[in-house]
Design a protein around this ligand. Structure first.
Ligand code: TXA
Ligand code: MG
Length: 361
């Protein structure tokens, strides 16, 4: 049987996309972080269609998107005084924007247990992208939306990425609004347990910004520090799966440029098609690693961490295109502070291993 056609909607078609959501269909739409794949969060059948389009494991809960703080408050329980104060402070400071807050659900929230993976908590977010807000207002239902990629693949930051993974599997895509500001998924902060609140996933809203809002004693990176945050054991459902990975194995190179040069030279000598992904930096350009045998993809510039975040997933996806196909990829030299923490988190989750000077001897 031929797959149903996926509709392509422009900005002026947002009302059509909203109607599709209300009918229980799956709609991909731009947000300021990545493209989301949305469905009515109150309908089991609608949400199941997201999981099947993505091939996503059922125990990984979805974020529920709403257009206003009032709509969020209809879903989450803020009766605890502490939570109420912090929820309002965070919402005022960071919404609309790239922050997801996990709270206990209200008893009358009526969210699909498929969306929340049966948990008594829920992650909610108000995106700031203009088309996302228009869609959520017009749909007038809470919208469950993970990133609109095949499970395990890099998240989509352009409509063409969505179509590559999802054409024929979903009702439609809003193809306008590709000017995505962030390029990495939202920061997820857990307010469902007493403070200090844990960052379950780092993103554009940093630990430092959260601490400035609710006090540094009230928030912490998962596992207590940024390093464990990115390398630690799964802390919550949905943190245990391989993510964001291109097809060829990706190795995270930790250390000086000589370490990178040594592993690249070895693989080239073994006849492998080698890919290198790194921000543009003097250190790299002077290293002599560039050659006919190495496919180099420069991902933003060293001093502009936001450009790196915006380009990261598109660069990872490029290694899957025919003309850029390689056997092995090394990533190198990415920043680790502030937004760099989120970049490192995604790269480590996409990597098969970490190479440092001890691995090359
Ligand atoms: O930027 C984003 O957040 C994008 C756009 C589309 O909004 N969405 C997104 O959704 O990245 P997804 O489903 O790929 O990521 C959801 C993350 C997962 O790590 C999941 O485990 C966590 O949020 N999460 C959701 N609900 C949770 C809950 N109740 N408890 C703990 N973690 C939760
Ligand atoms: Mg995702």
């Amino acid at each position: 049987m031929p797959s149903p056609a996926t509709q392509l909607w422009s900005a002026s078609d947002v009302p059509l996309a909203a109607e599709a959501l209300r009918r229980g269909e799956t709609v991909a739409f731009p947000t300021e972080t990545v493209f989301g794949l949305g469905a009515n969060a109150c309908s089991d059948a609608a949400v199941r269609a997201i999981f099947s389009a993505k091939g996503r494991p059922a125990d990984n809960p979805l974020i529920v998107h709403v257009p206003t703080v009032e709509a969020a408050k209809a879903l989450v329980d803020t009766s605890d005084d502490n939570v109420q104060e912090h929820f309002h402070a965070l919402a005022k400071r960071f919404w609309p924007g790239p922050l997801t807050l996990v709270l206990r659900q209200r008893k009358d929230a009526r969210l699909s247990t498929v969306a929340t993976a049966g948990l008594d908590s829920v992650g909610v977010r108000i995106p700031s992208h203009e088309l996302a807000l228009q869609l959520l207002l017009a749909a007038a239902v809470p919208v469950a939306a993970p990133s609109a990629n095949t499970s395990g693949k890099p998240s989509p930051t352009r409509a063409e990425h969505v179509l590559r993974d999802m054409a024929g599997r979903i009702a439609g895509v809003i193809t306008d609004g590709n000017e995505i500001a962030v390029g990495l998924e939202s920061t997820v902060l857990d307010l469902s347990r007493p403070p200090p609140y844990t960052i379950l996933r780092p993103g554009a809203v940093t630990l430092q910004q959260l601490a400035a809002c609710v006090g540094s004693a009230n928030v912490r990176a998962s596992g207590g520090g940024p390093q464990q945050d990115v390398e630690g054991a799964p802390k919550a459902p949905g943190m245990k799966y391989v993510h964001y990975a291109p097809t060829a194995p990706l190795h995270y190179v930790n250390g000086a440029v000589e370490v990178l040069k040594s592993v690249v030279d070895k693989h080239v000598a073994d006849g492998k098609r080698v890919g290198v992904m790194c921000p543009e930096s003097r250190e790299f350009l002077d290293s002599g690693i560039r050659s006919d045998r190495v496919k180099v993809i420069l991902c933003g510039t060293e001093n502009d961490v936001e450009s790196i975040a915006r380009n990261l997933y598109a660069c990872l996806r490029r290694f899957d295109s025919d003309e850029d196909a390689v056997d092995v990829i090394f990533c190198f030299g990415f920043p680790r502070e502030g937004l760099g923490c989120a970049i490192q988190n995604r790269l480590l989750k996409a990597s098969t291993n970490v190479i440092d000077s001890s691995s090359v001897g």
